[in-house]
Design a protein around this ligand. Structure first.
Ligand SMILES: Nc1ncnc2c1ncn2[C@@H]1O[C@H](COP(=O)(O)OP(=O)(O)OP(=O)(O)O)[C@@H](O)[C@H]1O
Length: 350
């Protein structure tokens, strides 16, 4: 393992408490909603916030351990950071921005500038060394920030929302470039993002952070198939129901009963694809085992499909065609009946 960390930090009443093990060459995406602690995690790894408890070990070297009285300052850590807004010095050229970190570590001006030029060339910016940050496109500024982070040959590379500063049109191209550039780095890479598309495009493994702790981690495929929280279910666009199974009836925490097909009892999650939910104006006489009456609380059109949010005993999202929406004439506030077949509900242990 190249990064092994137990992070215990409190900032302004917010508590971050999580463990991370990341192998050399692995790219971990840390995904979570606003305020979940992602930036605080990066700041703790980089040494910008000292740990209150725990330890950080990179390549076998202890960087922070309050119990042992060890704290290696940020500039001495084998860590490169690309911050959210890149934080390039506006008054310095691209080359001097990249050379800055090397100079801070005692490299002489000439060799630092030569190394910076080489680093810029490696991210495809050989001809932009004299440009100031204001003269660079968003994608170019990001590559300068990456070249700067890599200039000291770090063992751990941290990227905080690397695509957030870019407009939608440039994002896709820069995401592709970034994947390519990150592919050439052999150490541990951690990318923080709240965009699942970035996580899926860049990462081998994803850790979902919520409320200062890791609520789920695994490969993208594992997380997508078996979400274990409402946040993740929403990210992957499915409905999650949590409860307790008792002979093929899932009883939710609120006491709602859902008929399912299951061969075990006990705490369980159920997922229902929005496309498997049938909507009707009044409770229909169907073969579906489950029918819930509710009220439409959201109607969101995506191409020729419509996602309809239903508030009721269960909060569900159904996906229907525009034609079906028109014939039902559903609007927010309307009463609606949602049916789901027991065989369309996938069950797994909680
Ligand atoms: N220096 C600080 N002083 C007080 N509170 C802080 C400080 N730094 C972070 N917090 C609080 O800690 C929580 C986590 O913040 P953090 O920036 O780590 O979240 P995040 O997941 O990166 O969010 P975002 O996606 O919005 O950047 C927030 O509630 C924030 O207000």
């Amino acid at each position: 393992m190249s990064l092994s960390a137990e992070i215990g930090v409190t900032v302004g009443g917010f508590e971050l408490d999580l463990d991370l093990e990341v192998a050399d060459g692995e790219l971990l995406a840390v995904l979570g909603p606003n305020g979940s602690g992602k930036t605080t995690l990066l700041r703790a790894l980089a040494g910008l916030v000292p740990l209150d408890e725990g330890h950080i070990v990179v390549d076998g070297v202890l960087l922070d351990d309050p119990g042992a009285g060890v704290f290696v300052p940020p500039e001495q850590r084998p860590i490169g950071v690309v911050f959210q807004q890149y934080l390039l010095f506006e008054h310095l050229s691209a080359r001097d921005n990249v050379a800055f970190g090397l100079r801070a570590r005692g490299v002489k001006k000439g060799p630092a500038r030569a190394e910076a030029a080489r680093r810029l060339a490696s991210v495809g910016l050989a001809d932009r060394g004299d440009a100031r940050p204001a003269e660079l496109s968003g994608g170019q500024a990001q590559r300068v920030a990456l070249a700067r982070a890599l200039a000291n040959d770090p063992r751990l590379l941290l990227l905080d929302e690397p695509l957030a500063a870019l407009d939608v049109a440039t994002r896709r191209q820069v995401r592709r470039d970034l994947r390519h550039q990150l592919g050439g780095f052999g150490g541990v890479r951690i990318v923080v993002t709240h965009d699942p598309v970035d996580a899926y495009a860049l990462a081998d493994r994803v850790a979902i952070v919520d409320g200062g702790s890791i609520v789920q981690s695994g490969t993208v495929a594992e997380i997508t198939a078996h979400p274990r929280s409402r946040y993740v279910a929403e990210l992957v666009g499915t409905n999650l129901i949590e409860g307790r199974l008792d002979r093929s009836v899932l009883v939710t925490l609120d006491g709602v009963e859902v008929a399912v097909v299951a061969d075990f009892d006990g705490p369980a999650f159920a997922i229902v694809r929005p496309q498997s939910i049938t909507l009707a104006r009044v409770a229909a006489d169907t073969s579906a085992r489950n029918t819930f009456d509710g009220v439409v609380d959201d109607v969101d059109r995506i191409g020729d499909r419509v996602r309809v949010g239903i508030a009721g005993p269960l909060h569900l999202t159904a996906e229907i065609t525009v034609g079906a929406l028109d014939s039902l004439g559903l609007r927010p506030g309307d009463a609606v009946s949602a049916s789901l077949k027991a065989t369309d509900i996938e069950i797994y242990p909680a």
